[in-house]
Design a protein around this ligand. Structure first.
Ligand SMILES: C[S@@+](CC[C@H](N)C(=O)[O-])C[C@H]1O[C@@H](n2cnc3c(N)ncnc32)[C@H](O)[C@@H]1O
Length: 184
């Protein structure tokens, strides 16, 4: 049975604090190196699920180019506002920001090559609904790239495998890469 309760975002203060902490972290950490770990070859349509202030959305949009598209999905209105402002500032027209209040993104079935779930898993309340939605929007053999943040790597792997919807193909460092199983 689907739980129709609306998802609640964190407070504006918490979101702003998170944005500030990421900015500070990115000054000492090379995010460009992290981007190299994302399998973007032959990928045109990407979903940045839990995009936050867009640390990955914008560089990925540049990498996939104008023939590609990035959907930036978040439950926080400030995330969507920030993404729209940054995309406009950088004249990026291949980003669509989507504010959600459930696990329904509204993205077309089987239309996405890659879903990024970076530092977002610990905030997810219902793994089944999340991964069902990701499986629905992914193309056959589409990828999900998870940077697990505070969740242990082994636990992340278990969460993904338990859904029965993906094959884990790589589990390295802080990342899990999985491929979508065929749809029934
Ligand atoms: C810790 S931030 C990570 C932001 C970004 N991925 C990064 O690494 O810079 C997690 C984000 O996930 C969003 N979020 C939490 N639960 C969500 C859900 N069910 N659907 C979409 N976004 C969600 C939060 O609002 C927040 O912006």
């Amino acid at each position: 049975m689907t739980d129709n309760k609306k998802l609640k975002p964190q407070t504006d203060f918490a979101f702003k604090l998170m944005t500030w902490l990421y900015r500070a972290y990115d000054r000492i950490h090379n995010t460009k190196q992290d981007l190299k770990k994302i399998p973007l070859e032959e990928v045109t349509t990407v979903v940045d699920y839990g995009c936050g202030p867009g640390r990955y959305t914008l560089p990925v949009a540049k990498l996939v180019g104008i023939k590609g598209k990035v959907f930036a999905v978040d439950i926080h209105p400030l995330a969507i506002k920030t993404i729209k402002e940054k995309a406009a500032q950088e004249s990026l027209t291949n980003i669509e920001a989507i504010l959600v209040d459930s696990y329904d993104t509204g993205i077309q079935d089987s239309s996405v090559d890659l879903v990024l779930l970076i530092d977002t898993l610990p905030l997810i309340k219902d793994y089944n609904q999340l991964f069902q939605e990701i499986h629905r929007i992914l193309k056959q053999k589409g990828y999900i790239f998870i940077e697990h943040g505070r969740t242990k790597l082994s636990r992340t792997r278990e969460i993904v495998e338990r859904t029965g919807l993906f094959y884990v193909i790589e589990c390295k460092g802080h990342q899990v890469l999985a491929v979508s199983k065929a749809k029934r």
